[in-house]
Structure formats: structure tokens, C-alpha cells
Design a protein around this ligand. Structure first.
Ligand code: DP6
Length: 384
């Protein structure tokens, strides 16, 4: 077998990774926790192929050939070839890699996490590697280590200088908390962003608040793990929101500041708190990565009401031709006059949200057997 195809999931952290103690090995300054999202809605797909006929290593990403010399990519390839169980003659064959996401890059979802997890899982099978592969994915992009596993996942920062113990482990599988749902709200955005890598470097160099965070995250991580194990939504939601807020406070405390959220992101935060107040319970949690899009965590039974409220205050643009509601099928329920009165918020003009993706917690990477679904043909050329 010289060709492997695999799909891998996106993950969204509820306790964020922000800060590296080693930039080359990608070793973090704190543990982090995420949920792996169902691959039926969002995934990266990668085909890897080795052949004695290939003249050089090559990679195509989202239909464009990219530089195989990229340092992070080389990190992954080197580790895989070192751990390979293939005979050395075959191990020396050149490789072709083709990878695509089934979601638009504009969705601002950490596509590199799904991408590197997918690449690592595909390479691990091709080179017959056993055992943990999260450390390999980590050396491509930190958060990618959490996408090599399904369910709720914890990335242990570890203490070893070489990073051998900085790896991801499952807390519970997706089936543990089947009611958990995720709503990704894609916000319109023209802002030029500082990448996560540059942002966290800047925070490490300039933010005093990050030093405070690093001291206190361990406590929060343990509480979060407990909330997940006990399926305690209230604690889960409060910790998620507080951690997102602290992470963005660190970004603002960096110099120059990294401003990832915009006015719409802030309005969504306001809406979530007003909603939780109005229903006198914690029903919804928000979290934001290095961009303006909101990810909401909520339980299945509350989704129709929350979508109804979102549709009311952030109406879709009727003239837009793109599909507004994506992912799992769902209908919103119109909010009552009583609820609207309690919420007492301003309606936004149409089109402030580009679209929403409704999904749930899912499994880790999966191999694809049918050659019709491969991304490379028999000669190792990308199939369009
Ligand atoms: C805000 O994993 O993209 O999404 O390790 O430099 O590739 P590198 O950074 P990356 O950072 C993700 C940061 C985050 C929080 C998180 O996912 O935990």
C-alpha cells in the first residue's frame, strides 16, 4: 500500500492555548482543552502517496502547489520518516501530498489544526507508525495535536525539554455528552489579522497579564475537565466564557495590542449574557479564537430558541446568495414578546452574520478506503 487518504476534524478550545515556551518544538506555556467537531460538517482531507517514480517531494493545498520546504511541514515529515517501520529502501521514496478543507478558509476556523492532524494521521498509516501521533501533529501547529483525537481532548503542556510529554489525550469520547452542540457564527470581517504564532509571541514578550494567566490556568483546566466528566453545563459554560475573555484580555494587553474581535463579536457576547440573564440560567457559552467569529456551545434542547433569538437580532441578508444555515438541519423558534422585552437589545441591520454552521462533538481522524475519494490519481497528480 503506497497511498493513504484520511479525513480529520476541526477542534475549538474551551481553555485556550496561547504562549510557547519553545517556538521550534511548539511547546506551550499551559495545558488546553478542546472539543473535536463532527467531521460530517467540517473536515480536512489529505491523500499521501509514495513512489519510486517521484522525482521530488511535493504538496498541494486547497488546489494550489505550496513550498514543501515549509519548516513546520518538514518537522512533521522528518519525525515520521524517523519513526517509519518501512524498509529503508522504500522509506527513501519521494512523497506527494494533496490536502483540502471541505469548508471555506474564510470561515476563520483553525484550518491548520485539521490540516496538520490529517497529514499526520495519513503519514502515520502510510509509514506504519504505532502509538501517539499527537506530538507529530503538534510540531506542525500546536492546536493540531488536539485534532488527532475525538471527543473532549486535553493537551498536556508537559515538562520535557524535547517535548516528548507534550501530547494530547482524550478526556471523554463524543458519546459521553451526546447533547452537546456547537454553533459557529461566521462574522463579516475586513480586518487584517495578526497570525496566532505572531500574536502569541508578542504576548509572551510584552503581556504581564499572560504571566498571571500562566500561573492560574492549571486550576481552571482541572475545573473544566471535572465539568466535562460530570456533564455540568453551567460550570462548563462559565469557564469557557471566562477563559475566552481572559485570552482576549491578554491579546489587548500585548503591545502593540492584537485586536481579534470586532463590534459584532462584542454584540454576540452581550446577547449571550442578556439571554442567560433573561432565562435565569446559563444556557449558552461563547468562545473566540484569533478572529471575530463566535463559537457557541449549548445543549441540543436549547438550540431552536437560541437560533430564533439570533435570527431576530442578527437577521440574515435576504439578497445574499450563499447558504446561510449550514451543517445539521435545524429550525429556529421565534422569541416570545416577553423574552424580547427582557432582552431589551437593538436589532442589527441584515447581513452582519455571513452564515452559521450547526454541528456537534465528533470522533478523531478516519481513513477512507474508496480510491474514488482520493485526492491524487495513480500517477500522484492532484485530481480536481
Ligand atoms: C487561539 O495552533 O494556530 O486558536 O502553534 O503557532 O500553529 P501555532 O498556533 P495555533 O494557535 C491556536 C490558538 C487559538 C487557541 C487554541 O486553539 O487553543
Amino acid at each position: 500500500m503506497n497511498t493513504v487518504t484520511c479525513i480529520a476534524p476541526v477542534n475549538i478550545a474551551v481553555i485556550k492555548y496561547w504562549g510557547k515556551r519553545d517556538e521550534v518544538l511548539i511547546l506551550p506555556t499551559n495545558d488546553s482543552i478542546s472539543a473535536t467537531l463532527d467531521m460530517d460538517q467540517l473536515h480536512a482531507k489529505t491523500t499521501v502517496m509514495i513512489s519510486p517514480d517521484f522525482k521530488e517531494d511535493r504538496i498541494w493545498l486547497n488546489d494550489k502547489e505550496e513550498d514543501i520546504k515549509n519548516a513546520r511541514l518538514q518537522n512533521c515529515l522528518k519525525q515520521i520518516r524517523k519513526r517509519s517501520q518501512l524498509p529503508s529502501s522504500i522509506n527513501d521514496w519521494k512523497i506527494h501530498i494533496c490536502s483540502k478543507n471541505n469548508f471555506p478558509t474564510a470561515a476563520g476556523l483553525a484550518s491548520s489544526a485539521a490540516g496538520y492532524a490529517c497529514l499526520t494521521a495519513a503519514l502515520a498509516k502510510l509509514y506504519k507508525i504505532e502509538g501517539d501521533i499527537s506530538t507529530v501533529a503538534r510540531s506542525g501547529s500546536g492546536s493540531a495535536c488536539r485534532s488527532t483525537i475525538g471527543g473532549f481532548v486535553r493537551w498536556y503542556m508537559g515538562s520535557d525539554k524535547c517535548g516528548t510529554d507534550s501530547l494530547a489525550k482524550q478526556i471523554v469520547p463524543a458519546s459521553h455528552w451526546p447533547q452537546m452542540r456547537i454553533l459557529v457564527l461566521v462574522v463579516s470581517d475586513e480586518q487584517k489579522k495578526v497570525s496566532s504564532s505572531i500574536g502569541m509571541k508578542r504576548s509572551m514578550e510584552t503581556s504581564e497579564l499572560l504571566q498571571h494567566r500562566i500561573k492560574h490556568v492549571p486550576e481552571r483546566v482541572n475545573k473544566m475537565q471535572q465539568a466535562i466528566i460530570e456533564k455540568d453545563f453551567k460550570n462548563f459554560a462559565e469557564l469557557t466564557m471566562k477563559d475566552s475573555n481572559q485570552f482576549h484580555a491578554v491579546c489587548l494587553d500585548s503591545y502593540p495590542p492584537c485586536i481579534y474581535m470586532n463590534n459584532i463579536s462584542n454584540s454576540i457576547i452581550n446577547l449571550v449574557h442578556s439571554y442567560n440573564d433573561a432565562v435565569n440560567n446559563v444556557k449558552v457559552a461563547y468562545t473566540y479564537d484569533a478572529g471575530p467569529n463566535a463559537t457557541l456551545y449549548l445543549l441540543e434542547k436549547d438550540v431552536p430558541a437560541v437560533i430564533g433569538v439570533l435570527d431576530y437580532f442578527f437577521p440574515p441578508n435576504e439578497n445574499d446568495t450563499i447558504e446561510y444555515r449550514r451543517g445539521l438541519p435545524i429550525e429556529g423558534v421565534e422569541p416570545s414578546q416577553d423574552l424580547l422585552k427582557k432582552l431589551n437589545l437593538q436589532k442589527h441591520p441584515p447581513g452582519q452574520l455571513k452564515y452559521m454552521i450547526y454541528t456537534k462533538v465528533g470522533d478523531g481522524p478516519k481513513y477512507i478506503d474508496n480510491p474514488q475519494d482520493y485526492l491524487l490519481d495513480n500517477h500522484g497528480n492532484p485530481i480536481n
